[in-house]
Each structure stands twice: as C-alpha cells, then as structure tokens.
Design a protein. Sequence first.
Length: 318
Amino acid sequence: MSDWVEIAVRLPVAAQEAVSAWFLDRGATGVQEDYPGLFPGDGPVVSGDPAEWGGDAPQNPAPDVVLTAWLPPPANPEREAEALIAFLRELDAVVPGAGESPVEATPLPEQDWNSAWKASWQPLPVGQCLMICPSWTPRPDAPGRIFLCLDPGMAFGTGTHFTTGSCLEFVEDVMTAATAPIDVLDVGTGSGILAVAALLMGARSAHGLDMDPDAVEEARQNAERNDVQDRFTASVDPLNGREGAFGLVLANIMAQTILRLADPLVACVAPGGYLVTSGVLLCHEEEIRNTLESRGLAFQRARKDGTWVTCMWLRPAL
Ligand SMILES: C[S@@+](CC[C@H](N)C(=O)[O-])C[C@H]1O[C@@H](n2cnc3c(N)ncnc32)[C@H](O)[C@@H]1O
C-alpha cells in the first residue's frame, strides 16, 4: 500500500489562510488547526466578564497556529516539505516570520481508519451498573449490567473519554439515589450517550440539545437502538433557560460555553435537582465554581484526572 503524508507547520496566525489554501490546492483531504496557547499546560485562556467574550471561541493567547494536513498517495514527505518551505519563504514578504516556520512531514501507511477505530473500541463497563457496547460487537457476558448499545457516527461520546465516563458515573449516582421521577436535560448531547444512559437507568424523560444537527440525528438513532425513543427528544435549538425544570442537567461542553450559558443552565435545574458540568480543564475549575456558586448552586463533589474536572452541583430546594 502506498503512503499518505502528514505535514505539520507552526506559523504566525496571519499566514494561516494562505497556507491552508496552499494545502488544499495540493490535494490535502483536510487541514487541522491547533492553537498552541489553548493547550491545558499553557494556563487559563479566559478571564474577566463572560459578557465580554461575545461568542464561543476562546481567545488564542499565542501568536501561532499549528496547521496539520494530510496529503493522499502518492506523496513524498521530503518533496512536500521542500515545496512548503519554498512557499513559506515567498510568503515571508507578506507575513514576516512565515519563512522561518518549522515544517515536519512524515509518511502515514495507508489503512482503513474507520475499521481500525471500530476494531479498537471494545465494550466498556462504566461505574457499577453500565456496559457501553459498540453496536457492531456482540454483547459480552456481563451479568447485572445495563447494556447501552451505541454507534456514535461522527458525534462525540463513546464513554472512553474521561469527560463522558465521569458524567456517566454521576448519572448513575443521581439515578440510583433518586426517590422521585427524574427528567433529564443533556446540553451538548453528541451521540446521546448520557441521555440514553439516564433513560436506561430509569429517568422519566430526557431532552438532548446540540448545535450540530448530525449529532442530534445520531442521538435519536442511539435512543432507538436502546428502545428508549419514546422518552427521548432532541433538538438543535440553543439553550435559553425556558426548556423546563429538570431533576438532572448534564453539560459536557467546554468551560467557556458553560460560563457563557451559566444563567440558562442554572435556570433549567429544578429546586433539589443537580447540574453536572464536564469538559472543563483543571485550570478553569475555580472560574466555573465561582460562577455557579454565585448563581446559588452548591458544589457537591468532583471527579478529576490529570487534565479534566467533572463536578456535580445541587440547586438547593426552596
Ligand atoms: C464534548 S461533546 C459531549 C458529547 C456527550 N454529551 C458526551 O458526554 O460524550 C460536546 C457536544 O456539545 C456540542 N456543543 C458545543 N457547544 C454547544 C452549544 N453552545 N449548544 C449546544 N451544543 C453545543 C458539540 O456539538 C458536541 O456534540
């Protein structure tokens, strides 16, 4: 099999558009942008008044962007690197510094990425009672566990990522302790994994929201796969706080989005109900805490790994 070439360059943001266009002209199947300053180790990226951000995108504190592109076979890493370096030298006249951008090109053996990913994702026990099972694998023997059969498609949410797994554990905590019917709001539902899990654990209803229409469709299909579609609704409508009062609100979305949506998120938590926040880097934990506590939520507990923190909050009963 012939090789693809993965080619990456770190350059001034001002050169980004020209170099992205150059990659696409050269046949790249995709160009990924990474902002070095947004990596967790680089510290907080937002501060101050959320009203000033004016949108979802956090500010990039670094002057650089890393572009990575994939060129289909037949492609030669040395030739591609040389061609890009020559282009960057020309571009230097317009964007000073572009000519010194470090370039790295490596061969990638051709493979069926989708099949490779599918083979690598295996049934996964989560918490005490759940078993996430890819829809294409046979169910393993797991007595006493509730099976959640899932095909995420292109949507986020397989259960393998800490932010999802830790939310699922909080869902289990809430559902096993519940003494009354629980309605769930899942903001940023992705594959629908959290909402479907809550329904399988006995939630009365779940409503998923996602800005991505494909995710909404995947979530609906996953609800059907698990035969909970009668209790599941999903929509692309933006959260406005008037969706209702829910015993459990789940928000595995970025810290910046949680901060921006703090008012409507809190408004949707019924008195005596819980909010679970996830997708939050450790460096944003305090900011999230201050914001939610100032709106009357009481911190309950957190689950952390070396990068992320997932928290559960209670809206005290009236
Ligand atoms: C990290 S994924 C979480 C998926 C799933 N809930 C899970 O826990 O694995 C975040 C999802 O939130 C969606 N999203 C991001 N910002 C949003 C917003 N402002 N409103 C609704 N959905 C949003 C994204 O499209 C994405 O599907």
